[in-house]
Design a protein around this ligand. Sequence first.
Ligand code: EPU
Length: 345
Amino acid sequence: MNRAQNAPQPAKLIPNLGLKHRNTFGFDTSAELAYEITAPEQIPEVIAEVAEKKLPWRVLGGGSNVILPSTLPGATLLMNIAGQEIISSDEKASYLAVGAGVNWHELVAWTLEKDLPGLENLALIPGTVGAAPIQNIGAYGVEIADYIDSIEAFDAKNHAFVTLQNEACHFAYRDSYFKQNPHRFIVTKVVFKLPKAWQARIHYADLTKQFSGNANPSPEDIFLAVCKVRTHKLPDPKVIGNAGSFFQNPVIPIEQYETLLRAHTNLVSYPDAAGKRKLAAGWLIDQCGFKGQRMGSVGVYEHQALVLVNHGGGTAQDILGLAKCIQEKVHDKFGVSLQIEPNIL
Ligand code: EPU
């Protein structure tokens, strides 16, 4: 078949597009040149054009992990690539290919409908499938990295499509090869590997509590429990602007942890790889008295101190001002530096 006949239309270009409804903080942002990407084949042309005109560019998925300025100069690629299908299955696992623009939570619900459990602990995380591997989304003891077989992306540096196997993605806590190489890869498709053998993972305190009378929860039970816990603890971005956890949980050397623990016996922490210790940043911020505090149009969420919110009319500058204030206070009190989790564009 003639490939040209099947070539998709070029990406639709929308000048000065308002992005207030495409970023979960609800910041009033305008994209100078917004390109709607509905097929991978549209990407090389857009990237060649921005390179030729020397324009800045960035990719936007669901806008759930970004801090946007009032204007985004140059090109903004809106990733709307749809499609999800089971591509193969053997006695050990099922493989799914999913377009980068698919909504993450809708994918999780779909896998359970198809009787393909595994992703249920990651229910209700906002954002798109293409954005999820970049920061290796995780919740309740599960990370997306555990279920990724491979990723297809456009490599803007070498101007070619690439397929990266799981090991090549260098996944770590809220980190990946894509995050370490910003402005290089545009994820177009994710291939998931969901093993047929399934085991409930309810060892996180919030989930254990939900199942005190049920030793054998089903994947659907866990899905519903995760939705319940998240709805209670985390603000709905449709109601109050936020980007989930605003800081990473800091990982510190064991000696520093032991010193801190002597001074703060109720310190909340978890064991981490390589003999280090991961601290609950929410607890550190809470201890500094920030929970529920407001600073102009922005503030710290009343039920979870790790989440910064836009009460309406706030800007990137406002949220970064509040973040700086929190970082300084936490550093003064605990000697620990907090790293901002969302991408500052
Ligand atoms: N805590 C407080 N005060 C607070 C918040 C938390 O004292 O205001 C303490 C509590 O003792 C709590 C502990 O901190 O038990 C940890 O809090 P939580 O279980 O809510 O989890 P987290 O460490 O704050 C992480 C992820 C979340 C994920 C949850 C559940 C990061 C940066 N965040 O939060 O991910 O949903 O675990 O697994 O790792 C996100 O990345 O956007 C996100 C929401």
